[in-house]
Design a protein around this ligand. Sequence first.
Ligand code: BLA
Length: 509
Amino acid sequence: MEIRELAISNCDREPVHIPGRIQIFGALIATDKHLESITHVSSNISDFLGVTPADALGQSLSILLPEEVIHTLRNIAGHPTIATHRERAGVYPLHQSMLDISLHRLGPHFLIELESVPSAQLNSQSAFTKIQMLLARLQDETATSALLQLAVKDLQQVTEFDRVMAYQFLPDGAGEVVAEAMVDELEPNLGLRYPASDIPQQVRGIALKMPIRAISDIDAPTADLIAADPTADPLDLTLTHVRAVSPIHLEYLANMGVQSSMNVAIIVHRELWGLFAFHHNSVKLLPPDYRSICDLFGQLFSLKFQLVLEEERFNNRKHIISAISQITQKLTSSGSFTLTIQTLGPQLCSMLSAQGLAVIDKQEIQTYGDVPALDIIQELVHQVQTHPSPELVPLENLSHLDRIDANQLGKTAGALCLGISPLDEVFVIFFRNEIIHEVRWAGSPEKQIVEGPNGPRLLPRSSFAEYRETVAGQCQSWSSLDTEAALELRTGLMQLAISQGENQQQEWL
Ligand code: BLA
């Protein structure tokens, strides 16, 4: 494996779910499966409950928590989702402070998290009213871009983080800031791109299971988790809020000039579409109620967003289908596809934002608009014929293909090839011209590699100063809508070919 790939895969392997430590804004207790015996505590437990780890480990839970709380925890422990969702059990006056207590099950353990609630939060405007207000404002939005913009603005206002961004994952795993709201003093990040390795795979997996993550202070010490049985496997902290942060990510945030952060997942069709990323330049942690608001907001936002995304796709598709049915009607009345390419070329090309088109029927090639040399068209036909799925082959950089002479490409950079009837050698190929465009990266995406205890690993970037990369030799990517439209056209053409075949047969008979 190449050293860079190894460094990236080492990043992907860091066991961030079992750090063995927690952030000290909370404390953690683990028990056996009966919520009876204490199997683990965090080293800071006495700050919260006044009992030392040595006095608690191996003892009954009642040494730490009053019967009333344990009773509530036992009720919650029976909920069917308790192994997949952390549940808040309430706020209790314990050891001279108000403690927010939550619970989830992890295999043979229950994990109990404790966090003190600032007194100001107890009389704050009700969480319910806040979430209602946020959601009401999303109701009437019908465009995904407007929804994202409104969400970051509202989230920034309600949470008072210095910066709130909507970060969208791109098909290659990199991501881009697509909406942003922030205090005036900061430099905007809108439109900046970040490479895939900034958020390794396993971290994305955690965000799907635990859609909210808060990092209260990158410089705060952490508390160790101590087990009654020192040979026990480390506890998986995926579903906790207190999980300690990977040192690599702390370094990353420090390099960004961020002291505390929060993330809320945007999940579409069970996949991580993106994140709301919150940054603050000083220490900040939202109290538990506010984090629940943001968590719930993220989930309801995701549902609304998915709906609007689908509506946008549906409307675009409707538009395309009607354009294609117009085209096939015209073809049917003219009786031949190849004869009408000159008249239908402009409409077909505009439907697919292409600049040129070739129709190949056996050896005969007809073209419209900007197309490469005939040799190249023939070579593409040859490559599509031997392709495992010749019905649709999108290509964005023809000069990278074997046996293609870049000097013969002319303005063309990419092609969308449709095998209408590969055996009968009927193909339609759309061509797109090269676009030279700039990608605005937040710092150079090429990372330094250092030798760590587990082999080479990437270093987080030390500079996020904008770095412009010029991308040449490519066309604008073929989108899923483009390929859908092309397949729709292909179906129309095949039907046409079949009906013409039938007519010819009838004439024959
Ligand atoms: C985690 N990196 C993250 C997370 C985000 C980013 C959002 C997950 C959320 C979190 O746990 O806080 C990256 N944050 C961003 C980006 C923006 C932002 C892109 O605000 C843009 C605006 N990071 C590196 C390299 C590695 C790495 C090279 O740069 C690996 C070698 C790792 N990132 C890394 C790890 C985590 C992470 C390990 C998990 C941190 C944790 O949860 O403990």
